[in-house]
Design a protein around this ligand. Structure first.
Ligand SMILES: NC(=O)c1ccc[n+]([C@@H]2O[C@H](COP(=O)([O-])OP(=O)(O)OC[C@H]3O[C@@H](n4cnc5c(N)ncnc54)[C@H](OP(=O)(O)O)[C@@H]3O)[C@@H](O)[C@H]2O)c1
Length: 259
């Protein structure tokens, strides 16, 4: 997709979730046509009335081909928070991104990926690198992307609506769910968001009015790097398990396949 190609059909991954539901609404408000990837259609109908649903499971690659077909853009807000398996983050947070990219079959949609303000914080005990690894797949894919790392959901008061975008992984703070969703959808529609990764929190003040300027002030990720532009160099790809390096090679091949 070129930078100026029109976006209409948007696949929403994680659409039934606490952020995904807001993201679907934000997409509708911006005149887009959201299509929700859901595991359980009957359950999703309750949460997302009047939204096109497509059945699929992020852990079942074959089920994703139909879902991604024809999408001009994809918004990923999925997460393994409700999944008690010890390896759920690997399978869902990371594997979900890998499997969506693998299902694209040469298509080049615009992608907005939500991860977390703590994506790169290896200094925090128990923090997992799976979201950071999922970000790396998206950068390696060569697709036009924006990666949004939100702070703590709803740990912001009603008068804290000024968005603070930071890079380097040291931001900390809260943000309302609807503002995360709005930022993800705006990033699809704002050319200055392309190729950027940023942490997102809110501070006292009013909502942004100029998204081009807000997102334009950020540094782009370096071309060819799998990390965000100011990310710490504490997770070298060379030291990653073989299977993860193979995943990166596989998404790079997709880049070649799509020309
Ligand atoms: N809590 C915070 O303050 C905070 C801050 C930053 C980032 N985050 C991250 O944000 C992420 C999402 O948060 P949330 O509150 O929106 O999560 P959530 O309400 O638990 O929603 C998760 C979504 O992912 C979907 N999903 C899970 N496994 C799937 C699979 N195998 N196939 C297809 N869809 C699948 C769920 O679908 P079903 O309806 O089928 O279950 C649901 O739509 C989490 O990963 C969390 O780590 C959280």
């Amino acid at each position: 997709m070129s930078q100026n190609q029109k976006i209409t059909d948007v696949l929403m991954v994680g659409a039934t979730g606490s952020i995904g539901q807001f993201a679907v609404r934000a997409a509708q408000q911006h005149g887009l046509r959201p299509r929700a990837l859901v595991r359980d259609v009957r359950r999703a109908e309750q949460r997302l009335p009047d939204v096109e649903l497509v059945q699929g499971d992020l852990e079942d690659p074959a089920s994703l081909r139909r879902a991604v077909g024809g999408a001009d853009a994809i918004v990923l807000t999925h997460g393994s928070g409700a999944d008690s398996r010890p390896d759920a983050r690997a399978h869902v947070d990371y594997g979900g991104v890998r499997n969506i990219l693998g299902a694209l079959d040469g298509a080049r949609p615009r992608v907005a990926l939500m991860t977390s303000v703590y994506s790169t914080r290896s200094d925090i005990p128990g923090n997992s690198p799976w979201k950071r690894r999922s970000e790396r797949l998206l950068r390696a894919s060569g697709l036009p992307y924006t990666i949004v790392r939100p702070g703590w959901f709803d740990h912001a008061g009603p008068t804290q609506r000024r968005l603070v975008l930071e890079q380097g992984g040291t931001a900390d703070g809260g943000i309302a769910r609807d503002q995360i969703a709005e930022t993800l959808v705006r990033s699809l529609l704002t050319v200055t968001a392309l190729g950027k990764t940023f942490e997102l929190i809110a501070a006292e003040g009013v909502e942004p009015s100029d998204w081009v300027e807000l997102l334009g002030a950020l540094k782009p990720d370096e071309s060819g790097s799998v990390d965000g532009v100011l990310d710490p160099a504490d997770l070298p790809v060379e030291g990653e398990p073989r299977a993860l390096r193979d995943d990166l090679d596989a998404v790079r091949l997709l880049r070649g396949a799509s020309g």
